[in-house]
Design a protein around this ligand. Structure first.
Ligand SMILES: Cc1cc2nc3c(=O)[nH]c(=O)nc-3n(C[C@H](O)[C@H](O)[C@H](O)COP(=O)(O)O)c2cc1C
Length: 317
């Protein structure tokens, strides 16, 4: 079994990947989508989303980070993929065919492309042709745009075009992020393609992971929100321990330190609040912490509140 940390724009950045892969359980990360249009994006654009390209394309814990590209023009996607791999050393490329954002879909990228299997084929085969054979190359799809009628055809198109692995987020664009995820559809897709399929959607607990693997028939899974809400989830799925609050608080402090120590500090407020809010799904203590910081704007002040909580917890222990 492999577990991949899901790409999540505005959530799973370099620091979150660093934290999650230190905690252990994850075998692979995928960057937030790198939007490409018209030309080959400059090196800095790629480094913004994947600073790990400067350290061999791996997190500090040694986990590979694949670069996810999103766009609607085959030759542009192909040129950018080739640049990311052959010039910047990306250890793998993933293509996004699932983003539901209106602005993205209006420009015929992300989930909108699921309406045209031939377009998926064209983009994916152009990228495949631009990459050297040994580079891991995958695609991530939803079950459809408005309905699931093209799910199997889309999956076949991606694989016939050369995707070596398919991640399936088991919902349509219209279904957004609403539960349930339709894991049984992943099983149907798995029947019509001959590459590894990775099941994704609504895995919040080790039991969910078990059920998802049973129903989809997939050995491999990808986890997004569940990992942020329960940072030890991948570790638990692989037989490790659930992390109690003091351990999680330690990770939160490290994450905040990293965030404030870099030019990403401007995002600190939003990212710290976001993580603490999601942690409230698992830890009542996180809900109390969130209540203390929800109106605080200054990321350094938020950091101070988290440090106080960490000191209080250490005193009690
Ligand atoms: C805030 C947010 C940002 C996301 N950004 C991306 C992205 O950049 N690329 C992508 O392929 N999927 C993206 N996704 C979808 C996730 O990768 C994943 O497919 C989805 O959240 C379902 O998995 P989960 O139930 O484990 O969270 C995003 C999801 C969320 C909630």
């Amino acid at each position: 079994m492999t577990i991949t940390l899901a790409p999540m724009e505005g959530v799973v950045d370099v620091h979150m990947r660093d934290m999650m892969t230190r905690i252990s359980g994850f075998d692979l990360c995928v960057t937030e989508f790198v939007r490409v249009s018209q030309v080959v994006a400059p090196r800095e654009w790629f480094l913004k989303y994947c600073p790990e390209l400067e350290t061999g394309g791996k997190t500090q814990a040694g986990t590979d980070v694949h670069v996810q590209l999103m766009g609607g023009e085959a030759h542009v996607m192909a040129d950018n993929a080739a640049f990311a791999v052959h010039e910047l050393g990306a250890p793998g490329i993933d293509l996004n065919f699932g983003c539901p954002a209106k602005t993205v879909n209006r420009h015929m990228a992300g989930a909108a492309l699921l309406q045209w299997p031939e377009k998926l084929f064209e983009i994916t085969s152009a990228v495949k042709a631009a990459l050297s054979v040994e580079v891991p190359f995958s695609a991530k799809m939803r079950l459809g745009f408005e309905d699931k009628s093209l799910a199997l055809e889309n999956a076949r198109a991606l694989v016939e075009a050369g995707a070596q692995k398919l991640t399936v987020h088991a919902r349509t664009k219209l279904e957004g992020y609403k539960a349930p995820a339709h894991w049984e559809w992943i099983a149907r897709i798995k029947e019509v393609v001959d590459v590894p399929v990775v099941a994704n959607g609504e895995i919040w607990t080790p039991d969910d992971a078990r059920m998802c693997r049973d129903i989809s028939g997939c050995a491999d899974i990808m986890i997004g929100r569940g990992a942020i809400a329960r940072p030890s989830l991948a570790r638990e799925i692989k037989g490790g321990d659930f992390a109690e609050w003091p351990e999680v608080l330690g990770w939160l402090v490290t994450y905040c330190d990293m965030m404030l120590d870099t030019k990403r500090a401007k995002w600190g407020e939003g990212r710290m609040k976001q993580w603490i809010k999601l942690l409230s799904r698992t830890y009542p203590q996180a809900k109390l912490l969130f209540d203390q910081i929800k109106r605080v704007k200054d990321p350094y002040a938020i950091h101070g509140v988290i440090m106080n909580e960490a000191r209080d917890v250490a005193d009690v222990a």
